[in-house]
Structure formats: structure tokens, C-alpha cells
Design a protein around this ligand. Structure first.
Ligand code: SAH
Ligand code: SF4
Length: 440
């Protein structure tokens, strides 16, 4: 989500005539897009900022911007802490960057953190990749998970209309992009704030309907989406994914904890049994689907037994990938105020034990690829070996194989897998799929 916001803001800056600089010390304008999901992410921005704030004393026309979730959370406090700042702007204001900067150039110090209706974006993002692209479909989050700062900083759910999403993806297809990832904090909430219900009382616009609606856009060969919430994940969506060939068979569904008591105190709204049923249903429809998730260890009051229930869930399901984190108390969230906080030692011990199991399970899951032919969408050169290119399988496994990036970038290549590791694969090209080009 943050990368997508960065690309949109970079697009606005480019539109205003700014050029990208590789070295921040040469830049006339520096924009930090910040994350506050955990404390260590937040601390990073202060260390970067300190240095550039000093530079401003000898170079007064340097413009310093802090955008994103730390900006939203800290607001005016950030200005008091770093008076050299010109602009502090929350994530909902990303599309307004040009107007906000105009006020800065007119001589003002600006804080933009009020809740706003997010404007439909008309600027072209400056995308890092020319093959894969992020597409926001819903901003914000209406859940209240007791550990999470996202609803405080990203505000309430705001879905984009299906028409504007379609138009953005159609343009990406014309520009030669091959893959889109639809983004939302809780993407299953897509459409519930848009008008219209069906005769059965279902929302007219859902993620499932959106997938059908955008599926045949010319040029786009792969569709992904994230993040799914177990509370709202439907069998209708699973069927659609099985049914629609361009939708990748990869599901990112965070479970956070394998223990029902902890899940309840996190206010997640499901049990581990329900989570397991979702995965079973996915595997009934798509036996080979990749499953990834997020999990938190050391939530306040988590006992050893409750942590072991998380280990058990991970052992039973066998994730292809799992993002793990030690619980970090966040300002303005209920759980941060609870008394039963665990020690850093306990948290880091549990994190290590979980990560160890994740690597073993992921390596087991990788085994199924050995000797198989997988289609890989080539994104880039392998930075560690220029004779190789890299891309992802439909199941999202990073894959390397010998080839020339100038010939293969953006191509779908059938690759015979010859080597497997926990989180990546190596193989040999067998055949390049011929794609029709889209008339621009
Ligand atoms: N909307 C998504 C993810 C939001 S944040 C969801 O509901 O799953 C991404 C991940 O960061 C979360 O899945 C969670 O695992 C982690 N996270 C969020 N708040 C955290 C906290 N206070 N401490 C540690 N990890 C946290
Ligand atoms: Fe945070 Fe929960 Fe919303 Fe995800 S669903 S962003 S974890 S509050």
C-alpha cells in the first residue's frame, strides 16, 4: 500500500517538473513516505530526517516533506520535533500533493491530516516496474483489531468505483503492463460503501464482481489481490478465482494467531476452525493454490500454550510464505494499554521459533515444484547474477533462470524447475508464450 502511495506521489512530482535523484543529498525536495505499523518502522524516519533537517540550515530552499502514516499519527507534534519540515501530510492526502506543495512554495508550513474524501487520481503514478502494477481499489479500514494503528491513520473505508478501476487497468494494459495487484487493507470490504444492493440484499459491488468485471481487459495476463480478511472471505470469491484463468491461485489471508482466545482479544471476528475451513475450501477448488499469511507473536497476555496453538496452525496448514512480527504496542490502540505486556525476550524467542518452523514448512511446500513446468512472468534481471532473469510463478514463488532481460522482460515463460529453496526456485526456460500486443 505504501509503495503504491509512493508511486502516485512520485508521479505527481514528475508531473510538476521534478526529476528523480539517486542521492538524497543532491535533491531539492525530499519526501519521506512513512510507515507506523510497528515501532521500528517509525523510528527509521526520525534517523533519516535528522540529517536532512541539518542540511536545510545551509540550504534553505530545500523542501522537506513527511507523508504517510507517521505524518498522520504525529501531525503537529512532528513539526515541533523537526521545525525544519515544510509539509506533513497523511496518506489520505497523497493525491493532493501538488496543491499542498503550492502552499509551501507560497511560503507556508503545512499540516494536512484532516479526514478527507479521497479524490479520484488523475495523475499517472511513476511506477517502479514496467511489468507489474499496484491498483488501489479500497482505501482505509473499518475494522478495529485491538493491536492495529491502520484505521487511525488511514481512515474509514472508501471504495473506488468499478469504472475508475477499470479505466486505470485498461490504461495499464495499453502501456504494456502484464500483471495487476488489486490493493485494500481489507479487500473483502470492497464495495460495501458503494450504493446499490441486489434483490437478495447483497451489495451490488463486491470484490468477486470486480474480478469478473475487469477480467478480460486486453493485455493484462495476471490478476492478484491483497489483503484478504478471514472474517469476510466468501466461497463465492473462491469459486471466482477457480473460474477465472487470469486470477492467480495465490491467497494472502492473515490469521494473526492460531488461538481462539487471542483471536477474540484481537477482535478479529473468526476462530482458527473457521480459518482452517477457508483454507480447506480453497484447496478443494484449487488443490495447488499457494497460501500466505501474516502472524503476530507475543500479543499481550499470550501464554506459551496459546503461542503453541499458532505453531500448530502453521504446522497443519503449511504456508508457502508467512510474514511474522513480534507484537509492537501502537499509540492510540486498545492493546497497547493492557497490563499483560510480554517481555522483549519472550517475544523474540517466540518469533525465532515461529520463523524456524515457517522456513521448514515453506521448504516442504517448495518441493512440489521440483521437475514441474511453471509459467513465470519475467520482471527483472537477477541482481546477483546478470546471466539470469527473475520473475514469479502464478503462485508467487520467486524464480530465476538463464536468459537475457532485454528479450524476456514482460514475457510469460514456461520454466522447468530444477532447484528448489524455501522461498525461491531456479529453472530452465522451455518456451516463451506469444502474446498479442494491445493497440495503444
Ligand atoms: N489489513 C491487513 C494487514 C494490515 S497491517 C490485515 O488485516 O491483515 C500488516 C500486518 O502487520 C498485519 O497483518 C499484522 O500481522 C502486522 N501488524 C499490525 N499491527 C501490528 C502490531 N501492533 N504489532 C506487530 N505486528 C502488527
Ligand atoms: Fe489493521 Fe485489522 Fe484493519 Fe487489518 S483489518 S488494517 S489488521 S484493523
Amino acid at each position: 500500500m505504501n509503495k503504491a502511495d509512493s508511486e502516485r506521489m512520485a508521479g505527481i512530482l514528475e508531473d510538476m517538473g521534478f526529476e528523480w535523484s539517486e542521492d538524497p543529498n543532491n535533491a531539492d525536495l525530499i519526501l519521506y513516505n512513512t510507515c507506523t505499523i510497528r515501532d521500528n518502522a517509525e523510528q527509521k524516519v526520525y534517523s533519516y530526517l535528522g540529517k536532512q533537517a541539518k542540511r536545510k540550515h545551509t540550504q534553505p530552499d530545500l523542501t522537506l516533506v513527511v507523508a504517510g502514516c507517521v505524518a498522520q499519527q504525529e501531525g503537529e507534534t512532528l513539526l515541533r520535533r523537526v521545525p525544519e519540515l515544510d509539509l506533513v501530510m497523511g496518506p489520505q492526502h497523497a493525491n493532493r500533493l501538488q496543491d499542498l506543495l503550492q502552499r509551501v512554495f507560497d511560503g507556508n508550513q503545512v499540516v494536512a491530516t484532516e479526514a478527507v474524501h479521497i479524490m479520484e487520481d488523475i495523475t499517472q503514478p511513476r511506477r517502479d516496474s514496467s511489468v507489474t502494477a499496484w491498483v488501489n481499489v479500497i482505501y482505509g479500514c473499518n475494522e478495529r483489531c485491538t493491536y492495529c494503528v491502520v484505521p487511525n491513520v488511514r481512515g474509514v473505508e472508501q471504495s473506488r468505483t468499478p469504472e475508475s478501476i477499470y479505466a486505470e487497468i485498461a490504461e495499464l494494459g495499453r502501456q504494456g503492463y502484464k500483471e495487476v495487484t488489486l490493493l485494500g487493507q481489507n479487500i473483502d470490504a470492497y464495495g460495501r460503501d458503494l450504493p446499490g444492493v441486489t434483490p437478495e440484499g447483497r451489495h451490488l459491488h463486491t470484490l468477486t464482481d470486480l474480478l469478473y468485471y475487469i477480467h478480460d481487459i486486453p493485455g493484462i495476463e495476471r490478476i492478484r489481490f491483497a489483503t484478504s480478511h478471514p472474517r469476510y472471505f466468501t466461497e463465492r470469491l473462491i469459486k471466482a478465482c477457480a473460474d477465472l484463468p487470469k486470477v492467480c491461485e495465490h491467497f494472502h489471508i492473515p490469521f494473526q494467531s492460531g488461538d481462539n482466545e487471542v483471536l477474540k482479544r484481537m477482535a478479529r471476528g473468526y476462530t482458527h476452525e473457521k480459518y482452517r475451513r477457508i483454507i480447506d475450501t480453497i484447496r478443494q477448488y484449487m488443490p495447488d493454490a499457494s497460501i500466505s499469511a501474516d502472524a503476530i507473536v507475543g500479543f499481550p497476555g499470550e501464554t506459551e500454550q496459546q503461542f503453541e496453538n499458532t505453531l500448530k496452525l502453521v504446522a497443519d496448514i503449511g504456508f508457502d510464505q508467512l510474514n511474522t512480527a513480534a507484537y509492537s504496542p501502537r499509540p492510540g490502540t486498545p492493546a497497547a494499554l493492557w497490563e499483560e505486556q510480554l517481555s522483549e525476550e519472550t517475544k523474540s524467542d517466540r518469533l525465532q521459533r515461529l520463523n524456524h518452523l515457517v522456513a521448514i514448512k515453506a521448504a516442504e511446500r517448495s518441493q512440489r515444484y521440483m521437475g514441474r513446468i511453471e509459467e513465470v512472468l519475467v520482471e527483472d534481471q537477477n541482481p546477483k547474477d546478470v546471466t539470469q532473469v527473475m520473475g514469479r510463478t502464478s503462485g508467487n514463488r520467486l524464480t530465476f533462470f538463464a536468459g537475457n532481460i532485454n528479450e524476456l522482460k514482460g514475457k510469460l515463460v514456461k520454466v522447468k524447475i530444477t532447484e528448489v529453496r524455501a522461498f525461491s526456485l531456479t529453472g530452465e526456460a522451455v518456451e516463451v508464450r506469444q502474446l498479442l500486443s494491445v493497440d495503444a
